[in-house]
Design a protein. Structure first.
Length: 166
């Protein structure tokens, strides 16, 4: 979960996000690989989707007005925060973060570079900067970072399973 003592936690969380981006980068050469027993999507789709989410969420949180942030209890968010796991195959990605075509290595690398830049910009945002998740509601900066880690790790686990079971 994302509870702790402020700046020290933020440094740890930011470092973890950068490590996750390094993992994405390491899997880009396998972007065409797939395994229908694990997922209907290729590794490239998993990586592209993850990068679209990161870049889209950061764009939203950067443009948010922290004065408008409103925390509201959501059972689904509470459950996911406790389990720290997204169940596989239960939710479909919104169209805005659904890759429309197979991404090339160059395209994935460009989105990755944008994600690295975007993640670096999170450190300078006010704590109540937020984005609105379709199920979880408004997520402030710290909870957004938790979500980005959780979501990206979910897709990286699928990537690992595609590689290991291929």
């Amino acid at each position: 979960m994302v509870y702790g003592n402020g700046e020290a936690d933020n440094c740890i969380f930011m470092k973890q996000l950068h490590e996750i981006l390094n993992q994405i980068e390491s899997h880009i050469p396998h972007h065409e690989k797939g395994n229908k027993q694990v997922s209907q999507s290729t590794i490239g789709w998993q990586l592209d989707h993850s990068l679209l989410v990161i870049n889209g969420v950061v764009a939203q949180i950067k443009s948010s007005n922290p004065d408008n942030y409103k925390w509201k209890f959501k059972w689904i968010r509470f459950y996911i925060q406790i389990t720290n796991k997204i169940p596989r195959g239960k939710v479909r990605a919104p169209k805005t973060v659904n890759p429309l075509e197979v991404a090339s290595i160059e395209n994935l690398k460009a989105k990755l570079e944008q994600a690295k830049k975007n993640i670096g910009e999170l450190e300078n945002l006010p704590p109540n900067s937020y984005f609105t998740h379709p199920f979880f509601g408004d997520l402030n900066l710290k909870t957004t970072i938790w979500f980005l880690k959780l979501h990206t790790n979910h897709h990286l686990k699928i990537v690992i399973d595609i590689i290991n079971k291929g």
